[in-house]
Write a protein that binds this ligand. Structure first.
Ligand SMILES: *[C@@H]1O[C@H](CO)[C@@H](O)[C@H](O)[C@H]1NC(C)=O
Ligand SMILES: *[C@@H]1O[C@H](CO)[C@@H](O)[C@H](O)[C@H]1NC(C)=O
Ligand SMILES: *[C@@H]1O[C@H](CO)[C@@H](O)[C@H](O)[C@H]1NC(C)=O
Ligand SMILES: *[C@@H]1O[C@H](CO)[C@@H](O)[C@H](O)[C@H]1NC(C)=O
Ligand SMILES: *[C@@H]1O[C@H](CO)[C@@H](O)[C@H](O)[C@H]1NC(C)=O
Ligand SMILES: *[C@@H]1O[C@H](CO)[C@@H](O)[C@H](O)[C@H]1NC(C)=O
Length: 363
């Protein structure tokens, strides 16, 4: 029985469509996030009546875990006060939920038989990098999702399995990534590193990530716009850092970039080269909560522009439209300028010809 959910994502910038054909999650009331292709619940607590859902005799279940008849390949060991991996995990396990425990390291023996593992969820534990050292259990060739958010890691774990599609390391204490840390992760599409302590990104830190789509580096301590990011990214999140400027080539070659978020940084106009956001694939640009005094030059294809809470004093139409004509106008639908130093009556008379399909403007 193949119980993988069939997920088709047709992703064209700005027009995301996701169809989930949830063939068999065993009848469990499990909802799949249509965009990320993952369940919105990682626990059975309070979701099913324990009197009918747990396996009792016919199939083995680890002592500390719950096993649901309806989803035999999943093992629910979340929020059980575990300090270690449960012992003798059944080899049928494909989905292992271990979040909300006190696990500090791996036990390669416990995972020896789970060669079919596809998801390993270890959010909210106390994983320590020194306890992963050299004893990485990652002989898991089927593993696609590895979640280790909210742990105590200071480094990116070594020896990650090459088949990973999602790696979540948000809210740890990672200070640097290290050369080639993701080198063999050619299938990775999503990498979360927000809420760490990254100050710089090295030249080869992201080497090998050739199809990465979403990269979240928010809530770190980056003081310059990082170079050497994977040019395949479509969603790049850098909010809540200390970035003061961007070089002319910061976004050069990022031909698929749709969503760029730089909220809550320290961007000033003199730190930005005028054409830096001239990336025609951009759909959304968030520059709110910075120190800009002018509206930066943006491509006319942009649809969402967030500039609230800056120090902008004037509205210059030429930042949004080079020329105004039958076919040349800005595609902005939402423009936020509230919390700046301009008033609605100060808008130049020709702005309506430029912002022709605007749905909302906040001033
Ligand atoms: C792995 O499977 C083998 C054969 O079924 C069994 O003897 C062994 O105890 C299992 N190991 C663990 C750690 O569960
Ligand atoms: C990894 O798995 C392969 C095949 O499943 C096995 O032959 C090999 O011994 C395993 N390696 C380790 C280090 O467990
Ligand atoms: C992990 O970090 C938390 C919060 O900083 C701390 O309370 C806890 O003691 C740490 N755990 C270990 C095993 O160091
Ligand atoms: C990467 O994905 C492709 C296509 O799904 C697959 O054939 C390949 O085995 C994967 N690579 C690894 C290292 O698992
Ligand atoms: C913006 O990019 C377009 C397309 O790449 C190019 O034709 C145009 O000259 C650029 N404009 C500026 C001001 O850099
Ligand atoms: C608007 O910006 C353009 C290009 O930066 C500049 O040449 C022009 O003088 C500005 N207009 C106003 C009214 O400030």
């Amino acid at each position: 029985m193949d119980i993988r959910p069939l997920l088709i994502i047709l992703s064209v910038c700005g027009q995301m469509q996701a169809i989930t054909v949830d063939t068999d999650y065993g009848g469990l009331p499990l909802q799949i996030d249509r965009f990320l292709g993952e369940p919105t619940v990682f626990t059975l607590r309070n979701r099913v009546d324990s009197s009918w859902s747990w396996m009792v005799n016919n199939q083995d279940c680890s002592v500390k875990c719950d096993c649901a008849i309806q989803w035999p390949t999943a093992l629910f060991c979340d929020h059980k006060g575990l300090e270690q991996f449960p012992e003798s995990l059944p080899s049928r396990t494909q989905y292992l939920f271990l979040q909300g425990n006190m696990i500090t390291g791996f036990n390669s023996k416990a995972l020896a038989n789970t060669t079919n593992l596809r998801w390993l969820i270890l959010d909210q534990n106390q994983l320590l990098s020194e306890r992963l050292d050299g004893r990485s259990p990652f002989n898991l060739t089927q593993l696609v999702n590895l979640f280790m958010n909210h742990n105590n890691l200071t480094e990116v774990p070594a020896g990650l399995p090459g088949g990973l599609k999602q790696l979540r390391l948000a809210y740890n204490q990672i200070e640097k990534i290290g050369p080639g840390a993701f080198e063999n992760l050619q299938n990775l599409t999503l990498l979360l590193l927000q809420g760490n302590r990254l100050k710089t990104i090295g030249e080869t830190d992201f080497k090998g990530l050739s199809i990465l789509n979403l990269l979240d580096l928010s809530q770190n301590v980056l003081d310059t716009f990082p170079k050497h990011l994977p040019p395949s990214v479509q969603q790049l999140y850098l909010s809540h850092n200390a970035i003061t400027g961007m070089a002319e080539d910061s976004l050069q070659g990022f031909n698929r970039l749709c969503y760029l978020r730089l909220r809550n940084n320290q961007l000033k106009n003199d730190g930005l080269t005028p054409g830096v956001f001239n990336v025609t694939s951009l759909v959304e640009l968030d520059l709110s909560f910075n120190q800009l005094t002018e509206i930066p030059f943006v491509p006319t294809t942009l649809q969402y522009l967030y500039l609230e809470v800056n120090h902008i004093r004037e509205f210059n139409v030429s930042s949004l439209c080079r020329t105004v004509g039958l076919t040349s106008y800005s595609h902005i639908k939402i423009l936020r300028l509230d919390g700046n130093k301009i008033k609605y009556h100060q808008l130049p008379p020709d702005w309506v010809y430029c912002l022709r399909i605007l749905q909302n403007i906040y001033i």
